[in-house]
Design a protein around this ligand. Structure first.
Ligand SMILES: [Zn+2]
Length: 360
């Protein structure tokens, strides 16, 4: 799925070619790609583009006049892509979803106008277009914090607002904007943090390191993609040879040379370096656990729930060895994890220690 760096570069190119131009019309190859009925698409025709911006992972093309703006909100999902073609270019068969035709406009960077094509090279058609007014646009905002430009304090507050694994927190669009599976892998590698570490267990230093890593990774990648885009970004993909860990299962870690590992769930996978990120521990993989016990969670949500139940049962004291051990998912099946990694403390001993502390 195109994430912040790819979407930012799309936004820059679409803005350079469309701001100041009138949208002559929108052609739809499939009626299903348009997910709104009111206002009708014809309400957008003839309006001039006043701005293009990113909303999470979506691209928003704003049509004037100001005060009565309409917004075309395009979500590329996994396989949606843009192409820029000459005016009136046909929508490509099979992959083509829609075309946005822009009129010529003198005095703009690309006065000739042209057609922005929306394609989706997948049998699952998930990419979408919404046409909304200002209130409709606000309703489409998932509310994630823009980490670039946010302070460490704001970032920490958002990170600590819910307790999740880092992988899930970073990729939750309600918490953070524009980060998906690929760049979260890269960010966690850069920060040397486990994808399944819980956000409630991060200290201030770790949060500052994570915040800095997000800046470094997203800024460097946006710059790189900007340089590579040329006339218009054509090679948008979540898998790039320069990535450190994402899509690199089995390849040597660029930092330490050990093979990159993975956690697989449903139709996705996360990549990490065990030596650099998890103190050498292998995080259990669903296919591995099927061989062993067949009980590994399919999603990060399930994994979190499982950890939560395990902790509630064992209730290790904060800072104890058991508590630290529970912040990692070991490579053993869950039954062994609860038996070995988080042994329940004898209740009477816990009580007597607390009592002893209280009496001091
Ligand atoms: Zn490594």
């Amino acid at each position: 799925m195109p994430e912040l760096p790819d979407v930012e570069v799309y936004v820059e190119h679409v803005a350079a070619r469309t701001v100041g131009h009138a949208l002559e019309r929108v052609r739809l190859a499939s009626p299903f790609v348009l997910r709104t009925a009111s206002p009708p698409l014809s309400a957008a025709h003839g309006r001039s583009v006043t701005g293009v911006k990113r909303l999470g992972k979506r691209i928003v093309i704003t049509l004037g006049p100001g005060g009565d703006s309409l917004h075309l909100v395009i979500h590329l999902m996994i396989a949606g892509r843009f192409r820029w073609k000459g005016a009136g270019a046909p929508i490509p068969g099979k992959v083509g979803l829609a075309a946005f035709d822009f009129a010529p406009a003198v005095g703009t960077p690309h006065p000739e106008g042209g057609s922005l094509l929306l394609t989706e090279a997948s049998s699952k058609k998930r990419a979408s277009i919404h046409l909304v007014d200002d209130a409709g646009l606000a309703a489409l905002d998932p509310g994630g914090l823009e980490v670039l430009g946010s302070s460490v304090e704001d970032f920490a507050a958002r990170l600590r607002s819910e307790n999740h694994t880092l992988k899930r927190a970073l990729t939750d669009p309600r918490l953070f904007s524009g980060i998906g599976n690929a760049y979260s892998d890269e960010i966690l590698f850069f920060a040397r943090m486990s994808p399944v570490k819980l956000t409630s267990r991060l200290d201030d230093e770790e949060i500052a390191r994570l915040h800095a890593s997000i800046h470094t990774v997203l800024e460097e990648w946006t710059d790189r993609l900007r340089r590579e885009a040329g006339d218009f970004p054509e090679k948008v993909t979540a898998f790039r040879p320069e990535m450190a860990v994402h899509g690199k299962f089995g390849k040597p870690c660029p930092r330490c040379g050990t093979p990159i590992q993975r956690i697989r769930y449903a139709d996705n996978e996360s990549n990490y370096c065990a030596k650099c990120q998890t103190d050498g521990k292998l995080l259990a993989d669903r296919s591995l656990s099927r061989l062993m016990r067949g009980d590994w969670p399919k999603t990060l949500e399930e994994l979190e729930a499982k950890k939560e139940r395990g902790r509630a049962a064992a209730a290790p004291r904060p800072g104890s060895f058991a508590a630290r051990a529970a912040s990692f998912i070991p490579s053993r099946p869950p039954a062994l994890e609860s038996a070995e990694a988080t042994p329940p403390a004898p209740p009477q001993r816990t009580r007597s220690k607390r009592a002893a502390r209280a009496s001091k």
